[in-house]
Design a protein around this ligand. Structure first.
Ligand code: F6R
Length: 613
C-alpha cells in the first residue's frame, strides 16, 4: 500500500487557459471537460484578438455552452475558460465567469474566495465602476482595469496586493492578444508548454493530454504565458526559476489528484476544506457570521437539528454543544422522522437543517414544514444555490468543495467546524460565558494541522483494518461526545466495507449487547472525553475479558494500561476531539473496504444525493 501524502490540491472551480499556434477554443473546452467530474453549475470562455474579446457563458452544463457556439469557426489562438462551483452569488449566467471590464478589453476567471470583496467593491463603485454580478470575483477585473496602464503584470501585482483570501486568477487582454497571465495564492494553478503553445489550469487533468511536464505554481507566484513558453515571477515582479514536475500518472489518476479513489482524495482534502470553511469567519479571536444576526434568540425556546445520515451525526454533535453552551431545549431528529413526531415547531423554534448536497428530500420536506409553522430556519450546506439554501431563512456554507465519493468525509468534518462556530456565536450573542471559549477557538484554528497529523496515521489504520479481514461484525463504543464519533465511524465502515457495525454507548453494552462479544470480535473504543474516559476504559476491559480485539482511540494523558492497539490524538480541547477521531475512523473504514476489494467510491445500493423520501 502506498500512503497518500500529496500537495494540498483542493479545487472548487475549474480554470483553463491557452495561448499558442492553434485554435484555443477546443483546448479550453476539452480541459474543462476533464475537470467536469467535480461538479459545477455554469461554464464560460473568453477568446481574444487584438480587436475584441469574445465571451460566452451559460448556466448549466458545459455541453450547453459548447452547443451554443460553432466551435470550428472560432480561430482565436488565445483564451481562458471556467467552470463555476458557486460560492458567492447563486448559479446564473451573470454570475458565471469570465468577468470582463466595461470596455471589454480585459477578461478574468477566478477560483477561490475573496474575503474582503465587499469593501473593495464599495471603493470601486465610488470610483464609478458598475458591477454586473453578485460574485466576489468581479472585483478583480475592475481592480485590473483601475491599475492597468499598458503593463498587465504590473496591474496584477497591484491588484493582488488588495486581495485577502484565496485565489487563482487567469487574465487576458486585447492589448496583448497572445498572452495569458496567471497569479495564485492558496488556490491551485498549474502551467505547461508544448510545441503548440502554453497552457494553464486549476488542475493537472486539464493539461495532461498536451504535456506531462508541468509547473505547479506556489503561493505568491504569477506567470506569463506566450505561444513560445512560460515565465514565472514573484508578486514583486522578480523572475523565478521554473520548477518542472513530471506527472507519472494518466488522466484517470490525475482526476483523483493521483489518489486511488475520490474518497481517499477527499479524506486528504480535509485540512484544506476545514481551513476554507473557517476562512473569513474567525478574525482576531472573533466570530463573524452575519447570517445569525437575523436570528431572534430572545424568542427561541426550542432548537431542533434535522438531517439525514452522516449530516444527522453532525447534528448530534451540535445538539451536545447547544446543551453545553446555549441552555435551550434541543433535539436532534432524523429528517425522515421529523414531520411525523409532533415536535414543538412554531415561531419560538429555531430549526437547523444540515445537508451536504442541499437536495436531500427528507431534509427539504422537514424544512418546508418548519417554515409553514413559522419557525426560524437555518440551513448548513455545502452547495450554494441548492434547494435547501433557497428555502431557508439563512444559510451557512461549508466550503468543502465538491464531494464526489458517495461516503461523506470532508463535508462532515467541515459541518462539525461550522456548527461549532454557529453555536458558539449564538451563545456569545446572548452574552453567555463559554467555558474555555478562547482555547476552543484557538484549537479550531489549529485543526487543519491536527487533521494532517491524523492523516499520517494512515499506515496504522491500514494495519488495524486487517483485524476485519475474517470478521463480519465490528462494535464502536464511547460515551458523551465520543458517541458522535462512534455512530459516524460505524456508518462509514458499514457503507463502504459492508462489514456489519454497531454503535453503542459504552455504558449500555452490559445491558445486552455484550452477549455478542467473543474471541477476536473487533471493538473500536473512543475515550477522549476526560470526564468519562476512565469509565469507558472499564467498559472496554469488559470486552477484552471476553476476547475482543480492541482498538482504543484516546488522549495523550489517559492511562490505558494493558491495551495493545492504542492511538492517541494530539492535545486538543475535548469538545473538538470528534474531528480528529473521525479522520482516523474514516481511514479505518477506507482500508477495511480496500482490503475487501469494495468499490469504495460507489458502494452498492447507495446514491450520493437522496432526492426521494
Ligand atoms: C454517508 C452519507 C449519507 C449522507 C445523507 C445525507 O456517508 O453520505 O448518509 O450524509 O444521505 O446527505 P446530505 O448531507 O446531502 O443531505
Amino acid at each position: 500500500m502506498i500512503y497518500a501524502q500529496k500537495e494540498d490540491f483542493f479545487i472548487m472551480c475549474g480554470i483553463t487557459g491557452f495561448t499558442g499556434k492553434v485554435p484555443a477554443l477546443p483546448i479550453l473546452l476539452k480541459g474543462l471537460e476533464s475537470l467536469e467530474y467535480r461538479g459545477y453549475d455554469s461554464a464560460g470562455v473568453t477568446l481574444v484578438t487584438e480587436d475584441a474579446l469574445f465571451t460566452q457563458k451559460r448556466k448549466g452544463r458545459l455541453a450547453d455552452l459548447e452547443s451554443s457556439m460553432d466551435v470550428p469557426s472560432f480561430m482565436q489562438t488565445t483564451g481562458i475558460g471556467h467552470t463555476r462551483w458557486a460560492t458567492h452569488g447563486v448559479p446564473s449566467q451573470l454570475n458565471s465567469h469570465p468577468h470582463t471590464n466595461e470596455k471589454e478589453t480585459i477578461s478574468i476567471v477566478h477560483n477561490g474566495i475573496i474575503e474582503n470583496y465587499q469593501s473593495i467593491k464599495e471603493k470601486l463603485i465610488a470610483l464609478g465602476y458598475v458591477f454586473q454580478s453578485d460574485t466576489d470575483s468581479e472585483v478583480i477585473v475592475h481592480l485590473l482595469d483601475h491599475y492597468y496602464q499598458g503593463d498587465m503584470m504590473e496591474a496584477i501585482q497591484k491588484t493582488v496586493q488588495q486581495l485577502n483570501g484565496s485565489y487563482a486568477i487567469c487574465v487576458v487582454t486585447t492589448d496583448h492578444p497572445d498572452e495569458v497571465y496567471v497569479a495564485k495564492d492558496s488556490s491551485p494553478m498549474v502551467i505547461g508548454h508544448s510545441e503548440n503553445g502554453s497552457y494553464c489550469a486549476s488542475d493537472i487533468p486539464a493539461i495532461l493530454e498536451y504535456t506531462k511536464d508541468v509547473v505547479i505554481l506556489e503561493d505568491g507566484q504569477m506567470a506569463k504565458l506566450t505561444p513560445n513558453g512560460v515565465a514565472v515571477f514573484d508578486f514583486a515582479g522578480n523572475a523565478l526559476e521554473t520548477k518542472v514536475t513530471h506527472i507519472p500518472y494518466d488522466m484517470n489518476a490525475a482526476q483523483k489528484g493521483g489518489y486511488t479513489t475520490f474518497m481517499e482524495k477527499e479524506i486528504y482534502e480535509q485540512p484544506v476544506a476545514i481551513k476554507e470553511t473557517m476562512r473569513g469567519i474567525i478574525d482576531h479571536g472573533q466570530i463573524h457570521l452575519p447570517q445569525l444576526d437575523a436570528v431572534d434568540m430572545q424568542k427561541i425556546q426550542y432548537v431542533h437539528f434535522v438531517a439525514c445520515g452522516t449530516a444527522y451525526h453532525a447534528c448530534l454533535y451540535a445538539q451536545a454543544l447547544v446543551q453545553k453552551w446555549l441552555g435551550r431545549i434541543v433535539t436532534c431528529v432524523a429528517a425522515s422522522e421529523f414531520r411525523y413526531g409532533n415536535y414543538p415547531v412554531n415561531e419560538n423554534t429555531l430549526c437547523v437543517f444540515v445537508t451536504q448536497s442541499g437536495e436531500t428530500a427528507d431534509t427539504l420536506a422537514a424544512l418546508k414544514m418548519s417554515k409553514e409553522k413559522g419557525a426560524q430556519c437555518i440551513a448548513v450546506t455545502n452547495v450554494l444555490g441548492s434547494s435547501i439554501s433557497r428555502y431557508a431563512d439563512q444559510t451557512l456554507y461549508t466550503s468543502a468543495g465538491p464531494e464526489i465519493a458517495v461516503a461523506s468525509t470532508k463535508a462532515f468534518t467541515t459541518q462539525l467546524v461550522l456548527l461549532t462556530l454557529m453555536v458558539f456565536d449564538l451563545a456569545k450573542k446572548e452574552g453567555r460565558e463559554i467555558a474555555d471559549g478562547d482555547a476552543i477557538l484557538k484549537d479550531l484554528q489549529r485543526m487543519p494541522e491536527i487533521v494532517k497529523e491524523m492523516l499520517e496515521k494512515a499506515p496504522l489504520m491500514d494495519q488495524y483494518a486487517h483485524f476485519l479481514d475474517n470478521q463480519y461484525d465490528a462494535y464502536f463504543i464511547g460515551r458523551q461526545m465520543d458517541y458522535v464519533g462512534v455512530v459516524e465511524g460505524a456508518l462509514k465502515l458499514k457503507e463502504i466495507s459492508y462489514v456489519h457495525a454497531d454503535a453503542y454507548l459504552a455504558g449500555e453494552l452490559k445491558h445486552g449487547s455484550i452477549a455478542l462479544i467473543e474471541k477476536d470480535t473487533v471493538v473500536v473504543a473512543l475515550a477522549t472525553e476526560p470526564s468519562v474516559a476512565a469509565k469507558t476504559i472499564s467498559n472496554i476491559e469488559e470486552t477484552v475479558a471476553r476476547g475482543a480485539n480492541v482498538i482504543l482511540i484516546t488522549t495523550q494523558q489517559q492511562d490505558a494500561p494493558g491495551f495493545k492497539n492504542v492511538i492517541r490524538i494530539p492535545d486538543i480541547h475535548p469538545v473538538l476531539a470528534t474531528i480528529p477521531v473521525t479522520v482516523l475512523l474514516q481511514l479505518f473504514a477506507y482500508y477495511a473496504a480496500v482490503h475487501k476489494g469494495r468499490d469504495v467510491d460507489k458502494p452498492r445500493n447507495l446514491a450520493k444525493s437522496v432526492t426521494v423520501e
